[in-house]
Structures are given as structure tokens and as C-alpha cells.
Design a protein around this ligand. Structure first.
Ligand SMILES: Cc1cc2nc3c(=O)[nH]c(=O)nc-3n(C[C@H](O)[C@H](O)[C@H](O)COP(=O)(O)OP(=O)(O)OC[C@H]3O[C@@H](n4cnc5c(N)ncnc54)[C@H](O)[C@@H]3O)c2cc1C
Length: 363
């Protein structure tokens, strides 16, 4: 039996380790940089998982089900490959070294069969065997672990999913996720301001999601970790009409001011400047509802993940394609994404564990 893995990221590399351990013959094809997103993750520290698991941390129940089932096996894998980990007060799991390079180096410790700088653009089947780009093969099984267009420059996003042509699989619409919001309003004067506040995603009068944390103003929108999580929930709602972001600038504080001068010393100077044209009677209500209509999300280039991907209706319980059960799909290419906190890498790694188990059983 011979397996082709397309993509040398979180899912593909972990799977290659499992096949190597089980002595299954495989080749991993990577079009550019091995483990690029692992290296970039968690600001270079790699937040590889989280001990707190809740269903709403993923856009689909399957994400939560899989990581809940495989979390112990994932820990055991890290031990096997010599990666020491630790967790912070919020349950986020990091390598003990706090360096994403440690994660990649542990994944590459074994002598993996990797073909670098080799983009796969076409998968064909002949006499029950698969061929990649017409020339690489024959393979009995193919694993699609290509991730998504998130964080790639627009030029590199073009043709990203070409390898799916001819496989007859449905993709759900792709939306940037874990990304900032573009807002309606003239925010130029607030550019660069960072405030700790409570941010709410509101549709008409219903709060869809809220989180506290740092919000960073840009010239046409906002970013920051709690904002990234708001985008994850925003992506899940089909009807996006009348959505706005509301910031509680002074959470838990009851303050009333009688003049613009009184704002000095209470709020960031740029916020005071921004509010100086607003009648003082309105300002007191703005403290807890500093609100902007949503103009949209920033592009994929600035997103950590893509929401959407191969539709879950297309896959069997073992993560193989219904229309082509010798092809498996793992990681972010599937229509499964999570919030910040290690949930996306954790899903990519756990899907590799699942697919690895299936392939090793076939062997
Ligand atoms: C800046 C940034 C920070 C992040 N931080 C975190 C974090 O701290 N915690 C967390 O959980 N998640 C984080 N994420 C998200 C996480 O990195 C991804 O969800 C995860 O890497 C997805 O794993 P994957 O194996 O599906 O895809 P990837 O890790 O993206 O790997 C896919 C690989 O396939 C290759 N490839 C694609 N197409 C082809 C092709 N046609 N032929 C050959 N090779 C191909 C790609 O070059 C890539 O190397 C972050 C993402 C970004 C961009």
C-alpha cells in the first residue's frame, strides 16, 4: 500500500509521522514552505491546543467531537516525538520552549519522505491507482491536507484549490475568519488606539456573541484577539443584515460626565478627541455602547483561517470522500474552523490522528 499526502502543514506532517511509525509507504508533497503556518502560529509560540473544549468553539459539532475523542492520543503523540508542553491560565497549550520551531522540529525528527517545492494541481485515477500531476504515482490512497487560502497574498490564493478539479466535491462558501472587521465610520482619528473593553457582535437588538479583551483600532476597522473571535461567530451566521459591533469602553463602571474636558484622564486621548464633536448629552450613553455598523471583514490575506471548505456532507465518518473513499481529507481544508486558543491546530492534528488510524488499519 502506498499513500500520497498533499500538504506539509499541521495535518500532513503529523500523519506522515504516524505512517512512518507504522511502516506504511508514503510520500508527502509540499508546494512551498514546510510547516509555514505552524511557525507563524501563536505569534511564533505555537498555541497547539487547549484543555478547555466546548462545542461552540467550532463552527461544526464534528470539530468538537473529534478533538474531544483524540485529545489524549494527541498528548501521547507529543510525548512520543519528544515535545514537552505547558498550558497557560486559560488552558492554551504551548510547547515548553514557547517556540513554534520546536513543534516543527519535533514533527520533522523522523526522516520523513517529503517532496518539497512540488505543488499538486491534478489528481487522476487509472486502474484503481492515483497519479498526481500525471507523473507521480501510483498511489493507493491520497490524503488532502492542503489547508486553506487564509494568510496568503491574493496572488497565491489564485488556483489554490485546483487539485480538487475533477474530484466532484462540493465546497461550502469560503469566508475569512479570525480576522478584523471593517467598520462604517471615519476611524482614521482612532488609528493605533488599543483599549481593553468588552466587544459585542449585535444584530438588531440581539447580542450574537461578546468577549472582553484588547481591541486595536485601524484606519477603517478594528482588530485584536477578542475581535478575531467575534469574526468566527459572524462567519457562522448566514443573514448578516443589520450587524454592528458595540464596545463597552468602561466595563463595570458607572460614570457620568458633564463636559468634554472631563473625558481627559478617563479615556485614551485619541478617543477624547474623537468624541469632542459629539454633544455631551450623547456621550454618557456611548461609554457602554460605542457602536459601529459592520462594513465587512478584512480579506483572507489577513485572516488566520478560512471558514468553509469541503462540505461535511461529502465525507464519511472516517474522513474519506463519499464519492472516492480512497481519498481522505483532513485539517482546515474541511468546513471546520474554531475560535482562537489552539482549536484550529488541534483539529488539524486530531484529524491526522483519525486518518492515520484508518490507514494503518487498512495496512
Ligand atoms: C498567522 C497565523 C497564526 C495562527 N495561529 C494559530 C494558533 O496559535 N493556534 C491555532 O490553533 N491555529 C493557529 N492558526 C491556524 C492554523 O495554523 C491552521 O488552522 C492550521 O495550520 C491548519 O492546518 P492544515 O494542516 O490543515 O493546513 P496548513 O498547516 O496550512 O498546511 C497545509 C500545507 O499544504 C500546502 N499545500 C497547499 N496546497 C498544496 C498543493 N496543491 N500541493 C502541495 N502542497 C500544498 C501548504 O503550502 C501548506 O504547507 C494560525 C494561522 C495563521 C495564518
Amino acid at each position: 500500500m502506498r499513500v500520497a499526502i498533499i500538504g506539509g502543514g499541521a495535518c500532513g506532517l503529523l500523519l506522515a509521522n504516524l505512517l512512518e511509525e507504522a511502516k506504511v509507504s508514503y510520500e508527502l508533497f509540499e508546494k512551498s514552505l514546510i510547516g509555514r503556518k505552524i511557525l507563524a502560529s501563536g505569534n511564533g509560540k505555537a498555541n497547539i491546543g487547549n484543555i478547555h473544549l466546548e462545542p461552540n468553539q467550532y463552527n461544526q459539532p464534528l470539530g468538537y467531537e473529534l478533538v474531544s475523542k483524540y485529545k489524549d492520543k494527541l498528548n501521547a503523540f507529543w510525548k512520543r516525538c519528544g515535545l514537552y508542553t505547558k498550558q497557560d491560565e486559560e488552558g492554551r497549550i504551548y510547547p515548553l520552549s514557547e517556540s513554534s520551531l520546536s513543534v516543527l522540529q519535533c514533527l520533522l525528527r523522523k526522516n520523513l519522505h517529503i517532496v518539497e517545492n512540488y505543488p499538486i494541481t491534478r489528481i487522476t485515477r487509472m486502474n484503481q491507482k492515483f497519479y498526481l500531476n500525471e507523473v507521480r504515482g501510483p498511489f493507493d490512497y491520497v490524503v488532502l491536507a492542503t489547508g486553506s487560502i487564509a494568510s496568503f497574498l491574493p496572488k497565491k490564493q489564485q488556483g489554490f484549490y485546483d487539485f480538487l478539479n475533477g474530484l466532484d466535491v462540493q465546497m461550502t462558501p469560503l469566508v475569512p475568519s479570525l480576522v478584523g472587521f471593517k467598520l462604517v465610520g471615519n476611524l482614521k482619528r482612532l488609528q493605533g488606539v488599543r483599549i481593553k473593553c468588552n466587544a459585542k457582535l449585535i444584530q438588531k437588538n440581539t447580542i450574537l456573541y461578546q468577549e472582553s479583551g484588547e481591541v486595536i483600532f485601524k484606519n477603517d476597522g478594528i482588530s485584536g484577539i477578542c475581535v478575531l473571535n467575534l469574526s468566527s461567530y459572524y462567519g457562522r451566521f448566514k443573514d448578516k443584515r443589520d450587524c454592528r459591533i458595540s464596545l463597552d469602553l468602561l466595563p463595570g463602571m458607572e460614570v457620568e460626565v458633564e463636559s468634554h474636558e472631563a473625558l481627559t484622564g478617563l479615556l485614551h486621548p485619541k478617543l477624547c478627541d474623537y468624541l469632542k464633536d459629539i454633544p455631551i448629552q450623547q456621550i454618557n450613553s456611548l461609554f457602554h455602547d460605542f457602536s459601529f455598523p459592520i462594513a465587512g471583514l478584512y480579506d483572507f490575506e489577513f485572516a488566520q483561517v478560512a471558514s468553509g471548505g469541503i462540505a461535511l456532507e461529502e465525507i464519511n465518518d472516517d474522513f474519506s470522500l463519499k464519492k472516492n473513499p480512497h481519498i481522505y481529507v483532513g485539517g482546515e481544508l474541511l468546513d471546520i474552523d474554531g475560535v482562537c486558543g489552539g482549536y484550529n491546530l488541534m483539529f488539524a492534528f486530531c484529524s491526522a490522528l483519525k486518518i492515520g488510524e484508518e490507514l494503518c488499519n487498512i495496512k
